[in-house]
Structure formats: structure tokens, C-alpha cells
Write a protein that binds this ligand. Sequence first.
Ligand code: ADP
Ligand code: ASP
Ligand code: MG
Length: 241
Amino acid sequence: MLIVQKYGGTSLANAARIHSAARRVTGLAQQGAHVIVVVSAQGDTTDELITKAEFVNLRGSAREMDMCLCVGEQLSAALMAMAIGALGFPAVSLTGWQAGLQTDSVHGNARITGLGNDRIRKELDKGNIVVVTGFQGINQNNDITTLGRGGSDTTAVALAAFLQADLCQIFTDVDGVYDRDPRVYPGATRFGRLPYDKMLRLIEGGAQVLHDRSVEMARDHQIPIEVLSSFTGAPGTIVGP
Ligand code: ADP
Ligand code: ASP
Ligand code: MG
């Protein structure tokens, strides 16, 4: 059984939340599952990195912006691997390029094109829980690229597709997908299941709960995605065929 779990920024915002996510991950590993954990940057880190860059140069090149923004996910990955290690489980963190996530060269909005090595598989075979940085990859020039805001979802779905995972879970700060943003509309209705095309229409309408390309990729590879709360762990919304 291979499971990909992605944790968003709010779900990793502080040490307690990282530990809580690590406990869920190790619980799965204890049951015998192979686990890949995809992490976003903590809290508002990506926005803060953009601000830092803009203080230096309002029009920094897209290549250098990617070099700057990929840092947030790298920090999260190291912290997550350490938190898993603190619970007594072997873990290794990998950047996008170490994991072999190849992309095109559209800096700031790159598209994943393939998985260029078998490092993740090898680490899983060694018994490691593999923590992968979301939101980033590498282009044909070996330059770091980022996938566009919210792109860690797409990293998770891409890995689930390339490695034929049994399940791809997107842990976030709401307990599923609603017909409207539940933070803005308290009367919003939650979906138990949702087809890919309806999810894509919600995203077009502004629902940034999932990155659009993650849903397109899930649809193209027929990967069901579960969107669920990292705080409760209760069953969430299945976005699927
Ligand atoms: P993460 O950091 O975990 O990736 P995001 O902020 O990208 O989280 O997505 C989760 C947020 O999406 C929620 O906090 C919610 O406010 C917002 N959201 C917008 N539209 C919807 C919707 N239709 N259903 C659920 N959440 C939605
Ligand atoms: N950290 C990136 C962002 O804030 C990617 C992500 O969270 O999915 O957009
Ligand atoms: Mg997101």
C-alpha cells in the first residue's frame, strides 16, 4: 500500500502542528503502508519570501524568484523529516530535484513533465518515509522551477500518478470541499464526493482549495483525491471519477 499525504501551510504553521502531522504519518507507517509526505511552506512563508525579494528588486528575474521561493518548502521538508525521526521512524527529505520532478521552463508557473529518477522508490524500499518538497521541480537546464501558487497539491497528485499510489490525501485547514468558501459563507454545503469536472468549475469560480493542475492531473491519470482536515482527520471530500 502506497499513500501520498500532502500537508498545506496552515497545517505546518508551528512545531505542534508539524508534530501532529508527523504522528498521523507514522501511524500509517506503523500499519505497514509506504508513505510519501508532500509539504508546503509553513504559514505565510511564501508571501514573506516574495516580500523579501521585492525589497531587494521589485522586478527580480523569474529564475531568481524561483530560487528564492523554493526555500520555504525545503525548510518544511527538513522539519517534517526531523519530527518523524523524533517519533522513532526513519525518514528522508528530498527537494524537487532530488526527487526527480522534471518540469518545463516556465519559471513561476512550471508544469510537471515527468519523474526523472527512482530515488523516491529506492528510499521507500529502504524503509524510509519520504518527505518531498511541494511546489518545485527542475527544468532541462537543471534550474529550479516553481509550479505556481498552491502548486504543492500538484506535486502530490503527480507523485501519486507516477508511483501508482493507492491514495492521495490533501490535508488542509477545512474539512473538505464546499459549494462556496466555508470561511466566507458559514452556510456553505460540504460535498462527500465530487467529480473532477465539477471541482474544476469550482476552481474557475475562485475556490483555491485545490490547485487547478492537480485536479487536471488527477483526472488524466484517474487518481482519486481526498481533501480533508489536518486538525480532525475525519473523512473528507473525494474528488474522483
Ligand atoms: P493549504 O494551505 O492547505 O493548501 P489553501 O489555503 O490553499 O490551503 O486552501 C484551503 C482554503 O481554501 C480554505 O481555508 C478555504 O478558505 C478556501 N476555500 C475556498 N473555496 C473553498 C471551497 N469551495 N471549499 C473549501 N475551501 C475553500
Ligand atoms: N507555498 C506555495 C504557496 O504558498 C505552494 C503551496 O502552498 O502549495 O503558494
Ligand atoms: Mg493550497
